[in-house]
Design a protein. Structure first.
Lengths: 259, 259
DNA sequence: TATGTACGGT
DNA sequence: ACCGTACATA
């Protein structure tokens, strides 16, 4: 059986809000190391991979591998029933029909409980190779969100060009063109505002802004985001979560880039 | 060529936000004295006239007269890409296809650049006579905004009656009627709250509240607004901007007033 | 359902 | 002045 207690119901809420636009139904794969999720979006252009390690829960118990096939719209509806500081406990049997969610108020004066029916989902489990990327950029997640939002006003695609000195996001559209250039810099006072670039080789790739701005709905999960790029390889957009957990998005580049 | 640097990108943002409900496309007429704009709304009831004098920019350079025909929705999209304290530089060639907007962060660690395609706009340039008005009222812009918003809940039209002693805004509607009367008064402590009236002859005119409340979107540009009226002549609503610049709205009175 | 705009609160 | 929420629209 599974029993996993999460002090911040909000964490799961934000994760699900961040991916519900990309994925309708998916398996939450539970085992003794934690709860993992991996799913491609409908058009098979993007992939979401989440890992909530057992350390993120207290306590965490999972005797066997269990795949919980959940409709994310249903899960969203139930998670909306949690209040802001509620503590969430996920429970399931070993061969479950339902997953059980219990919300406790911090003061334990209120307890809500929901069951969501499970579904069988064909797992198309992709091994994601542990790529060495040519460039990785770590920057404020709010800034990345702002850039994708701004450029989306002009175009559907953005070109990301990265050199040792900086990164340039640019696009062309019907009403005109735009670009935002960030220089790699370190701010001693406020590390959260740093833009740091780790690069072995310059890269230039083009991506769908619609997807990127969908990924950015995860900005509330972490003040920082890491973009990892190599030419002709999917972009990795990663939000670090507490206890070495993470939410990662992969997005295939647009071919015929630089048009 | 034109090159005009505005410390407060926000100023242009607010101006454009204030008029975008009235005008879709219009020319920004640039010459060595500054940047001017004049446009009628679609139904030819209202007229907007803006003047940003060269002194409002630093530096300002404009060698020749250039008319920049801009779609205000596009301009709004691009201006939304400015962050709050960004410095804006407008650039254009002498016979331009595009206008170039550059946003610099105060710390210069971010530079965004946008091009907006220009359009040819038939200029219906009205000479606006420099009328001597029978009455002019200067009052807090927030107060005028509040009055138009309140009365709009009751009616589509407002009657403005002004005497030496005060000004009365009144309306009748289906659910009832309402009026707000302001007495001319001087507040030594807080000049911004003064209501001052300069009158040679009493006036009584009726105007569309919809338009007035649209004009009031400019309230953020100035704490004060000046209303100038003469019988049977368009109302002038004026917001003073820094460096002797201004944003003015003209609105024809409703005929058959006092109904 | 998602996006863009408007408003009110902090 | 900024952010977040709420409403309305597409």
């Amino acid at each position: 059986m599974l029993e996993a207690r999460l002090e911040q119901a909000n964490l799961l809420k934000k994760v699900v809000d961040s991916i519900t636009n990309l994925v309708q139904d998916c398996n939450f794969d539970c085992n003794d190391s934690g709860i993992a999720l991996q799913a491609m979006d409908n058009s098979h252009v993007a992939l979401v991979a989440m890992m909530l390690r057992s350390d993120a829960f207290s306590p965490f118990r999972c005797d066997r591998n269990i795949a919980l096939g959940i409709n994310l719209t249903s899960l969203t509806k139930v998670l909306r029933c949690a209040q802001n500081e509620d503590i969430l406990t996920l429970k399931a049997e070993d061969a479950p029909d339902v997953v059980n969610l219990v919300f406790e108020s911090a003061e334990s004066d209120r307890l809500s409980e929901y069951d969501i029916k499970l579904m069988d989902i064909d797992q198309e489990h992709l091994g994601i190779p542990d790529t060495e990327y040519a460039a990785s950029i770590t920057m404020p997640s709010a800034e990345f969100q702002r850039i994708t939002r701004d450029l989306l006003a002009l175009s559907e695609s953005v070109s990301i060009e990265c050199t040792k000195e900086g990164v340039k996001f640019s696009c062309q559209g019907d009403i005109g063109s735009g670009s935002v250039t960030l220089r790699s810099h370190t701010n001693v006072d406020n590390e959260d505002r740093n833009v740091s670039i780790d690069l072995s080789e310059p890269v230039s790739l083009m991506f769908s802004l619609k997807y990127l701005s969908n990924f950015c709905k995860a900005s509330g999960l972490s003040s920082r985001v890491k973009l990892s790029l190599s030419n002709e390889v999917p972009l990795l957009v990663e939000y670090a979560l507490p206890s070495n957990s993470f939410l990662r998005f992969y997005l295939a580049p647009k071919i015929g880039d630089e048009d």
